[in-house]
Design a protein around this ligand. Structure first.
Ligand code: HEM
Length: 128
């Protein structure tokens, strides 16, 4: 899974707005949570994937980072029910970015990593 980050990083630049295109098709009402200038906003596709992949194997760092992430997201108005659409948009964009390299195994690895991360963030965050 971490290996795929290298490939994703190489392919994602020409299509960095793809994640948002996919997310706002799946869940148009989430658009209002993101600032209008998407280019300058913090939750980029690549950053989000890197945070998930890198922290999941580092329990101490994950515990530290989760508090901040959970608090920041709650402050923005993110709710627990928003997590599945973001996960789905990440997976769709991964598929578009990686093409044939997005094997069933890799898809399952990213799905389970996202679900795990999201569950921990929700547990930590006291989301509505
Ligand atoms: C596992 C799940 C998620 C991860 C790992 C994640 C990761 C991140 C990261 C790394 C940032 C940047 C924080 C910073 O600037 O310090 C961010 C910001 C943000 N995230 Fe998430 N996020 C997740 C889920 C969600 C969900 C479900 C939503 C709901 C729509 C969401 C909406 C946002 C928004 C609106 C921002 C602020 C963007 C801005 O700078 O305007 N995130 N997220």
């Amino acid at each position: 899974m971490t290996d795929s980050l290298v490939l994703i990083r190489a392919r994602v630049l020409p299509a960095s707005s793809q994640f948002y295109d996919n997310l706002f098709v799946l869940a148009p009402d989430l658009r209002r949570l993101f600032r209008s200038d998407l280019a300058g906003q913090g939750m980029r596709f690549m950053t989000t994937l890197a945070v998930i992949a890198e922290l999941l194997n580092d329990d101490a760092e994950l515990a530290r980072a989760l508090d901040g992430l959970a608090q920041a997201h709650r402050g923005i108005g993110v709710r627990a029910e928003h997590f599945p659409a973001v996960g789905a948009a990440l997976l769709v964009t991964l598929g578009e970015t990686l093409g044939d390299h997005f094997t069933c195994e890799l898809q399952e690895a990213w799905r389970s990593a996202y679900d795990d991360f999201a569950a921990r963030m929700i547990e930590r965050g006291g989301f509505d």
